[in-house]
Design a protein around this ligand. Structure first.
Ligand code: PLP
Length: 357
């Protein structure tokens, strides 16, 4: 657990485990033999690396762009804004379509001669919908953009949900125009925290993500990730979990969470006024309310000791389902019906606190 993932020459077993994990994830998301990748500390680091690689790639291929921009839907995770902030780039956020997915026409209209990168989510954190990655890939190819797919939530388990027959839209590296993809092992890979994977379409793109320096006493310092010292424990733990679960384990988890989603969604439909926002593709769901304030309902649920995620636009209550939730769906729905009734009776006033991620 104390070994350093920076020193792969010293700890060849970590090198093998990392390569194995990267290959497993690449295999799940349509990666071919050209794909390269690394383990990182989480989605934010993977997305940072993609943005950095895109910027370096643009410096090579589109040197005329002095102030690079990234086009992303309103629903994109703020990790891309954080990366852009550190890297001196600007994110242009575009409203989503009526289905809450990235709006292809609006994204295309936002592309300017300064745009170097497009961003797609698979799925979005807030409403759990997968953006039209195939179409955005075509746009990226046409306009010379680096398209990153943020599959931090869906990258590992999403392919198993599709295998079960759910119509999960394609989002993989096999789609033309996709340059990089992030998939978090510490989310739907069910690994311990501190584990994600960044994948690049090919070696040239991966090289753009590296950072090298040699003007110091110890010679070449070349790292493919943001961190220097990396926790070997997180690499080993992710490797162990992925092998422990295997494809069959992930299939079982996918079955459990999707069945929980079905029960939840049909239960919500039986509570007057509640409706799911959009058409969630995976296990992240948000719902709103007609005729009563959903944030007041959220407060009522909090008072009933549920941990409640809130969405601001559109206003809703957010759930990220795991197998832990499957046995308590009915309890949740019972408390939700009671909470809605309380608010409808005029007892609940939403607290002034804003939705906080
Ligand atoms: C869609 C999406 N992308 C990126 C991230 C950032 O991941 P992390 O918190 O592991 O840095 C999250 C986190 O929830 C996410 O939901």
């Amino acid at each position: 657990m104390t070994e350093n993932g920076l020193g792969m020459r010293v700890f060849p077993s970590l090198r093998r485990m990392e390569a194995d994990v990267v290959a497993m994830v690449a295999g799940l998301v349509g990666g071919d033999a050209a794909v390269r990748g690394h383990m990182t500390s989480g989605g934010t680091e993977s997305i940072f690396l993609a943005a950095h690689a895109a910027r370096e790639w643009a410096r090579r291929h589109r040197p005329e762009v002095a102030a690079p921009e990234i086009v992303a839907a309103f629903s994109a995770h703020p990790a891309i804004d954080k990366a852009a902030h550190y890297l001196g780039m600007r994110v242009v956020r575009v409203p989503t379509g009526s289905d809450f997915r990235a709006d292809l026409a609006a994204m295309a209209a936002a592309v300017t001669p300064r745009t170097i990168m497009g961003y797609a989510s698979a799925p979005t954190y807030s409403l759990g919908v997968v953006d039209p990655v195939a179409a955005l890939g075509v746009l990226a190819e046409e306009r010379g953009l680096w398209l990153h797919v943020d599959a931090c939530v869906g990258g590992v388990l999403g392919p198993f949900v599709r295998e079960l027959g759910y119509p999960v839209p394609a989002f993989g590296l096999d789609l033309p125009g996709v340059s990089s993809l992030s998939a978090d092992l510490h989310k739907s890979g069910y690994a311990a925290k501190g584990a994600s994977v960044i994948l690049y379409r090919d070696a040239e793109r991966e090289a753009c993500g590296r950072w090298e320096f040699s003007d110091w006493p110890t010679g070449l310092y070349a790292v493919p990730t943001f961190a220097g010292t990396r926790p070997g424990g997180a690499i080993a733990a992710a490797w162990a979990v992925m092998h422990f679960l295997g494809a069959e384990g992930y299939r079982q988890i996918a079955t459990t969470v999707m069945q929980a989603r079905e029960r939840l969604v049909s239960g919500l439909a039986r509570i007057e006024g509640l409706h799911v926002w959009g058409e969630p593709d995976l296990w992240a769901v948000a719902y709103g309310a007609e005729g009563c304030d959903v944030l007041a309902v959220a407060d009522q649920m909090t008072a009933r000791r549920w941990s409640v995620g809130r969405v601001r636009k559109p206003p809703g209550i957010h759930l990220m389902l795991t197998p832990v939730h499957a046995p308590i769906v009915d309890d949740y729905l019972a408390d939700l019906a009671a909470s809605v009734a309380t608010v409808r009776a005029g007892a609940g006033v939403p607290s002034p606190s804003p939705a906080v991620y």
